[in-house]
Design a protein around this ligand. Structure first.
Ligand code: SF4
Length: 405
């Protein structure tokens, strides 16, 4: 999908439109300018594909449509729009030939940070209560999710996403049966599951290896921060060293599978230089705006994450949800959420530091509006994403520009 503007206007509005674009720092994918009257001074001139918006002037007004695209002017290679980082959508479309809709599933797992194994109470931001899928079987959740997705998009297939709580924490035989059940659903392109790095047993690692041989798999680890002091403050109950140990163990298993199974070709059969389509991928989730952290802490987490060479990174904003420990801190004035301006700057910095070939699964969080206490700006996710695009454009920068091993 491309984002564009169409203007159908007479010459009298020309100044207004020109002024609008001259102050707008990011280029949409397409601008179609249609003028019924040609200003006398500019008849016969045309815009070139890739012209920068601030340079748009009367000469671009034509009696016919004029197409201006920034594909050619975006230096980031894994994009066909104004995005200067690798969106999940772009990657999945290249890999599977169309939209891959994630369907969130709840298989009733708990978490070692809730059940007392590592801690109690959970992370201070975690809403560790019931999920909207309560009472539905796995098949019902999937069917329900597919219906919603199909109403929104034309999809190529689905990615069952074992999302609620820690999805490798429980009886390995039952967990494995659930993953394998999902793997044979019709139109499943890939399996995704979210977990902690300290919660995958040897037995379950073996099951994941066998699963990945059948169907592409991504395991996503919550890191949130590499700063142990912050991790303690948010009651994460694992350290950076423990995270790395869990990550490396699964990485070794994943690498084995990836060495046996050749990378898939993109859907159109054309390889994309520098881009891997691995069978068994590992992702890392980060959170910006954790209590007590400044921009430098968040950038250190991005650098530490980059050094692990994950296949996917999700960047979330810390938002305050009703009923959490964080809500108490917020209400007592001991926690202040990030401003949108700071968040945009930090995310742009982090994208510059991350590997250029890592899929960016998210650049902001997804808070349920009826539970959200703060910050209110985060519900407008499109605006946040646009601001990040603008910031990268303003810097003439892109994902991985400052990545170094
Ligand atoms: S690890 Fe995940 S599920 Fe467990 S308490 Fe923290 S946020 Fe909640």
């Amino acid at each position: 999908m491309e984002l564009g503007f169409v203007f159908k206007s007479g010459a009298k509005n020309f100044e207004k439109i020109r002024n609008l674009f001259s102050t707008y720092p990011i280029m949409p994918d397409i601008i179609l300018l249609v003028s019924l009257e040609v200003p006398r001074a500019c008849a016969g001139e045309q815009a070139k594909s890739g012209d920068r918006l601030p340079e748009i002037s009367s000469k671009y007004f034509m009696t016919m449509g004029v197409l201006v695209t920034q594909r050619e002017s975006n230096p980031y290679p894994y994009s066909d729009s104004n995005k200067r980082y690798m969106t999940y959508d772009w990657y999945m479309k290249r890999r599977f030939g169309g939209k891959a809709a994630r369907i969130a599933l709840d298989i009733g797992c708990t978490c070692p940070n809730i059940d007392g194994t590592r801690g109690t109470g959970g992370c201070i931001f975690c809403k560790n209560g019931s999920s909207s899928a309560m009472g539905e079987s796995l098949d019902e959740q999937f069917e329900h999710g597919k219906d919603i997705a199909r109403r929104k998009w034309k999809v190529a297939g689905f990615v069952p996403y074992f999302q609620a709580h820690t999805n490798t924490w429980g009886d390995p035989a039952l967990l494995s049966a659930a993953y394998n059940h999902a793997a044979v659903w019709k139109d499943v392109l890939m399996i995704a599951l979210a977990t902690r790095p300290d919660s995958i047993s040897e037995e379950l690692t073996g099951s994941l290896v066998r699963l990945a041989r059948k169907v592409p798999l991504i395991v996503e680890f919550g890191l949130q921060t590499s700063n142990d002091k912050t991790a303690a403050r948010i009651n994460r109950c694992h350290t950076w060293a423990e995270f790395c140990a869990g990550y490396e163990k699964l990485r070794a298993a994943a690498d084995k599978v990836n060495a046996e199974c050749r990378d898939e070709l993109p859907a159109d059969g054309r390889e994309i230089p520098g881009l891997r389509m691995k069978r068994f991928q590992i992702g890392v989730h980060l959170i910006d705006g954790l209590p007590g952290e400044d921009a430098e802490d968040m950038l250190r987490t991005a650098r530490d994450t980059a050094a692990l060479r994950p296949d996917m990174v999700k960047i979330h904003l810390l938002h305050v949800l009703e009923g959490t420990q964080l809500a108490k801190l917020y209400e007592s004035g001991d926690y202040e959420p990030m401003s949108r301006e700071d968040y945009v700057r930090v995310v742009a910095d982090q994208l510059e530091l991350l590997p250029p070939d890592a899929v960016i699964g998210r650049v902001t969080g997804d808070a349920a509006e009826n539970e959200l206490l703060a910050p209110d700006w985060c519900v407008k996710k499109t605006i946040v994403a646009n601001e990040i695009d603008k910031e990268l454009y303003r810097r003439n920068s892109w994902q991985g520009r400052r990545f170094c091993i």
